[in-house]
Design a binder for this molecule. Structure first.
Ligand SMILES: NC(=O)C1=CN([C@@H]2O[C@H](COP(=O)(O)OP(=O)(O)OC[C@H]3O[C@@H](n4cnc5c(N)ncnc54)[C@H](O)[C@@H]3O)[C@@H](O)[C@H]2O)C=CC1
Ligand SMILES: O=C([O-])CC(=O)C(=O)O
Length: 341
């Protein structure tokens, strides 16, 4: 079913009145009726860089879209479900696609335990993106990110449209958490605390570089903060007690990342740096093709991948522990796509 929340006549009229933002963009959210999807869509509705917000899910998007469309910002909201070619309609013309579709963890599960369900969901959605909006910037939230990002890359390659500059694993929540957790220990406003987090997005692959924060920590603080940043997701999974994982803080982090991508790509702003899991040369010589570091965003997506910078001996060990796990997760994603071809 295709649901438009505004009549064609009023949409046409609106096209002239939204020109306050010159380079407004179409953004599609896939998995928009879920815990992350709904809050993320709510935040994106407040983003002046967006002219069209297309909400796709296998269920419930007509209601979510109708609800969000009443918010008095300029963007046009449309809701789509699979019937009547809904996915293609949601994707066509999209500049940015954000994907939080898939199942979340329950207590006792690792992110990798989600692979069997989420790999197929992400591959199916990626294949549609490769067909209907091959040049869009694709932002992957669905877990396990360390494997789902390689799945999208391989799916785009199979269609001959892969551009590594336009594929991002969203790791912003790790950085959001890191600045909050450090502020709880050291004081200060979290917005002024910038912690670089590198690696991937699960357990030991999440590597906070606290030595680069300009603050000093005792060994006890380092151990506790590092563990809390690596396993922050577990705190939420445990507290939600079977009702899912982080949704609200993830929506905040995802909306922030999407906005940075929009500002750099359609908005033409320069010098925006965000942490993200991308195809990266940083450890490519050790067979780790994807790695998160700070990345400068530009008109075409990834502009410059920052190196790790100076690491403490403690952090070198953390990176050492992350690499084999990352390699395994990436290989698992790639072989999943290969097995389907
Ligand atoms: N990257 C990160 O930092 C984080 C990632 N996540 C991950 O995000 C994903 C979503 O989490 P929640 O929103 O809490 O789950 P949820 O279950 O509340 O929502 C998922 C949505 O995906 C939809 N969906 C399922 N198959 C689909 C398909 N083929 N096409 C379109 N939509 C489909 C469902 O109908 C549902 O509405 C999970 O995999 C979770 O692990 C969660 C938090 C942080
Ligand atoms: O913990 C989870 O499963 C969800 C997630 O990725 C996070 O909160 O960082």
């Amino acid at each position: 079913m295709f649901v438009t929340t505004r009549s064609i006549a009023s949409t046409a009229k609106r096209a002239f009145s939204t020109s306050a933002v010159s380079n407004a963009a179409k953004v599609a959210v896939l998995g928009a009726a879920g815990g992350i999807g709904q809050s993320l869509s709510l935040l994106l509705k407040q983003n002046p860089n967006i002219s069209d917000l297309a909400l796709y899910d296998i269920v419930n998007t007509p209601g979510v879209a109708a609800d969000i469309s009443h918010i008095n910002t300029n963007s046009k909201v449309t809701g789509y479900v699979p019937e009547n070619n809904g996915l293609a309609k949601a994707l066509e013309g999209s500049n940015v696609v954000v994907i939080p579709a898939g199942v979340p963890r329950k207590p006792g599960m690792t992110r990798d335990d989600l692979f069997n369900t989420n790999a197929s969901i992400v591959q199916g959605l990626a294949d549609a993106c490769a067909q209907y909006c091959p040049t869009a910037h694709i932002l992957i939230i669905s877990n396990p990110v360390n494997s789902t990002v390689p799945i999208v890359a391989e799916t785009f390659k199979a269609r001959g449209v892969y551009d590594p500059k336009r594929l991002f694993g969203v790791t912003s929540l790790d950085v959001v958490r890191a600045s909050r957790f450090v502020s709880e220990v050291k004081g200060g406003d979290p917005k002024d605390i910038h912690i670089t987090v590198v690696g991937g997005h699960s357990g030991v692959t999440i590597v906070p570089l606290l030595s680069q924060s300009g603050k000093s920590f005792t060994q006890e603080e380092l151990d506790a903060l590092t563990h809390r940043i690596q396993f922050g997701g577990d705190e939420v999974v445990k507290a939600k007690d079977g009702k899912g994982s982080a949704t609200l803080s993830m929506a905040f982090a995802g909306a922030r990342f999407a906005n940075s991508v929009l500002e750099a790509t359609v908005g033409g702003k320069r010098g925006i740096v965000e942490p993200t899991f991308v195809e990266s040369p940083v450890f490519a010589d050790q067979g780790v093709e994807f790695f998160a570091t700070n990345v400068e965003l530009g008109a075409n997506g990834v502009e410059k991948i920052h190196p790790l910078g100076k690491l403490s001996a403690y952090e070198e060990k953390l990176v050492e522990a992350a690499l084999p796990e990352l390699k395994k997760n990436i290989a698992k994603g790639k072989s999943f796509v290969a097995s389907k071809q």
